[in-house]
Design a binder for this molecule. Sequence first.
Ligand code: ATP
Ligand code: MG
Length: 203
Amino acid sequence: MGPDKIGIMGGTFDPIHYGHLVTAEAAREKFCLDKVIFVPSGNPPHKKNKEISPGIDRVNMTVLATANNPFFEVSDIELKRDGYTYTVDTLKEFIKIYGENTRFYFITGADAVMEILTWKDVSTILKLCRIVSAYRPGSDINKFRSMVDELERVHRSNIHLIEVPALAISSTEIRERVKSGITIKYLLPEKVERYILEKGLYK
Ligand code: ATP
Ligand code: MG
């Protein structure tokens, strides 16, 4: 038996949608992950100028969305932390919980990998985990590939690319739709849709 393999899907999840879920499931299957932990972000430095829904709502929606997949879990590890939250600290906490022998796969969309060089302690992050990056429609594939090559050259990192079915879904679009009263049906799980409407989020 090899080491345990755990996927970590970080995000604001405001709200979680089928883009996130399809990507996590594709990564789980492709790399035979034992589970994928969804980690709603606490206070991410790169989103400090934007209004974000309360952590409790983002966790609740993530729990609702993942409940029917036995391989999916939700962690509120970042929401318990004060101050800005950084991926590197989250990874270190998971290593403490699961042990040094566990192999971590950090799952992101292509847009997040493009920004990875701006993250705190990027070289440490790339030593602590492998990155799984999903193509997202509209992303510049060539720019993406050269970015990945550069990261692998400089940091000797392990970056895997996966293709996910064309999902042009984003949380931004869902929030805008709700605000304008346009349907969000079929973009995200029905339970999450109901939660948004009942709580009056994104109005
Ligand atoms: P926002 O529009 O508010 O930025 P988002 O839809 O990008 O939200 P995030 O919570 O910011 O969602 O993203 C969490 C992670 O999921 C990031 O790594 C992001 O790249 C990835 N991701 C987001 N949407 C998709 C999608 N449709 N397909 C694949 N990956 C996605
Ligand atoms: Mg985003």
